[in-house]
Design a protein around this ligand. Structure first.
Ligand SMILES: Nc1ncnc2c1ncn2[C@@H]1O[C@H](COP(=O)(O)OP(=O)(O)OP(=O)(O)O)[C@@H](O)[C@H]1O
Ligand SMILES: [Mg+2]
Length: 282
C-alpha cells in the first residue's frame, strides 16, 4: 500500500514537474514568437536617422527645463551622462548643490507606438492617450511611479524626486561627477555570488512587495555602485496583474541567469526561481 502511494506520489511529482516545465517553456516560446525586443529595436533603428538631440529639446521641453531652473528644483545642468534612443540622461545640481540625474524622454512617434504595449492592459492606466507627447508623458510618469513604488518598499533603485511632462528628476548614482557604471561594463564584479543573490532578491521583492515586474532587466539596466547593484530604467515595468507580466518576468529571469552563468556563477534552477517569485508551490 505504502509502496503504491510512493509510486503515485512520484508520478504526480513528475507530472507537476512536467507541468512546470511546460508552463515555463510556453512563456519562453511565446516570447520567441513575439520577438518583442527585435521589433522594438527595428522600429528604433528606423527612427534613429531622425532622432537627433533636437528631438529631446523640443520647444515645450526647453520651456519646462527653463522653468525648473528658474523656480527650482534645479540649480544647473552640468552635462550628458547618456544619450540614448528613447531618452537622454544628464547630470545636474539641485538648489542645495547636490547632484541629481535628469532623464528626458524624446518625443518620438515610433517610440510612443511600442510604449503602448506596456501601457495597454496595466490596470493603473485606464485611459490611453492618442497624442504622441501625451503617451511619452504618461511613460515618464510611469517610470516615476514605478521607481517610487520600488523605492518605498526599500528596493535598490534611484529615489525619484520630480516629474513634469517628459522630464524625470531622480537621485544620482555615482561619485561626484563620475556616474556609476552599468554592470555590463564591469569585467569582474567582486563577490559575484552575493551580487547574484542581491539581484535575485530584487526580482522577488519587486514582485512580492511592490507588485511589479521590471520587464527590461539585464546587465544594461543595473548600475554597479559601492559594489552593490542599483536597478534603473523602470519605465516599462508593469503591474503583476498586467496580462503579460509573467512573460516579462520569465524574460527578466532568463536575462539575469544568462549573465551570471556567463560569469561562471552557480545559478539556481531558473524554473524553481520563477515559481518562488510568483509564490506558487505546486
Ligand atoms: N540615476 C542615475 N544615476 C546615474 N546614471 C544614470 C541614472 N539613471 C540613468 N543613468 C545612466 O543613463 C543611462 C540611460 O538610462 P536608462 O537606462 O534609464 O535609459 P534608457 O531608457 O535605457 O535610454 P535609452 O534606451 O534611450 O538608451 C544608463 O545606462 C546610466 O548610464
Ligand atoms: Mg537602459
Amino acid at each position: 500500500m505504502e509502496e503504491n502511494n510512493k509510486i503515485a506520489d512520484e508520478e504526480s511529482e513528475e507530472l507537476i514537474e512536467s507541468e512546470k516545465d511546460k508552463k515555463f517553456d510556453l512563456i519562453i516560446d511565446e516570447l520567441q514568437k513575439r520577438k518583442i525586443d527585435i521589433k522594438r529595436i527595428k522600429k528604433i533603428d528606423q527612427s534613429k536617422k531622425r532622432a537627433t538631440i533636437d528631438s529631446v529639446f523640443d520647444e515645450r521641453t526647453i520651456f519646462t527645463l527653463n522653468k525648473l531652473l528658474v523656480n527650482g528644483p534645479l540649480e544647473r545642468i552640468e552635462g550628458t551622462i547618456s544619450a540614448g534612443k528613447e531618452a537622454n540622461v544628464y547630470l545636474a545640481y539641485d538648489l542645495t548643490g547636490k547632484e541629481v540625474a535628469i532623464k528626458i524622454y524624446k518625443i518620438d512617434s515610433n517610440t510612443s507606438k511600442w510604449m503602448r504595449n506596456y501601457i495597454i492592459g496595466d490596470p493603473r492606466f485606464k485611459k490611453i492617450p492618442r497624442n504622441i507627447s501625451k503617451i511619452i508623458y504618461l511613460w515618464a510618469s510611469k517610470e516615476y511611479k514605478n521607481l517610487k513604488r520600488a523605492y518605498k518598499v526599500g528596493l535598490s533603485v534611484p529615489n525619484p524626486i520630480f516629474i513634469k511632462n517628459n522630464i524625470l528628476i531622480m537621485e544620482y548614482i555615482g561619485f561626484e561627477s563620475i556616474p556609476a557604471p552599468i554592470l555590463k561594463d564591469i569585467k569582474t564584479p567582486k563577490n559575484i555570488f552575493n551580487l547574484m543573490n542581491e539581484v535575485l532578491t530584487f526580482i522577488k521583492e519587486l514582485y512580492q512587495k511592490a507588485n511589479l515586474v521590471h520587464g527590461d532587466l539585464s546587465e544594461f539596466n543595473i548600475l554597479y555602485h559601492n559594489q552593490k547593484p542599483v536597478v534603473i530604467d523602470m519605465s516599462q515595468a508593469v503591474s503583476i496583474y498586467h496580462p503579460k507580466a509573467e512573460v516579462y518576468l520569465a524574460r527578466d529571469i532568463s536575462n539575469i541567469f544568462k549573465y551570471f552563468e556567463k560569469l561562471g556563477t552557480n545559478t539556481p534552477n531558473p524554473k524553481d526561481f520563477y515559481y518562488e517569485v510568483i509564490d506558487i508551490n505546486i
